[in-house]
Design a protein around this ligand. Structure first.
Ligand SMILES: [Cu+2]
Length: 113
């Protein structure tokens, strides 16, 4: 006779903490991470991303021609040829609109909280 024990799934909710979840998280609570934006067919994907101070935005150009990711006065990856990357380490909060210097229709936004 086969006895199958169903594993009880213990879902531990922080009910005890109730509604006292801190609204203001310390800035350092989030570990810096890399966020990849793929460039393909003349588009940044995702075109809009959220990030935190300390994160690194990495653009990877998968097109056969060159692009940049440029927010004047904030960051500029300079020319990224095919299969190369560009980076920006986020240093401040804000909403940063950027574009490709070679293709004016290519636009993206980084929202830093
Ligand atoms: Cu471009």
């Amino acid at each position: 006779m086969k006895i199958v024990l169903a594993a009880a799934t213990a879902v531990v909710l922080s009910a005890a903490a109730g509604h006292h979840v801190a609204k203001q998280r310390p800035e350092r609570a989030t570990r810096p991470m890399s966020r990849v934006v793929t460039i393909k067919s003349l588009q940044f994907s995702p075109a809009r991303i959220a990030a935190n101070v300390g994160d690194t935005i990495v653009w990877r150009n998968e097109d056969v021609f060159s692009h940049t990711a440029t927010a004047s006065g904030v960051f500029d990856t300079r020319e990224m040829k095919q299969n190369t990357t560009g980076k920006w380490v986020v240093k401040k909060r804000g909403v940063f609109n950027y574009a490709c210097l070679f293709h004016a229709t290519m636009k993206g936004v980084i929202e830093v909280k």
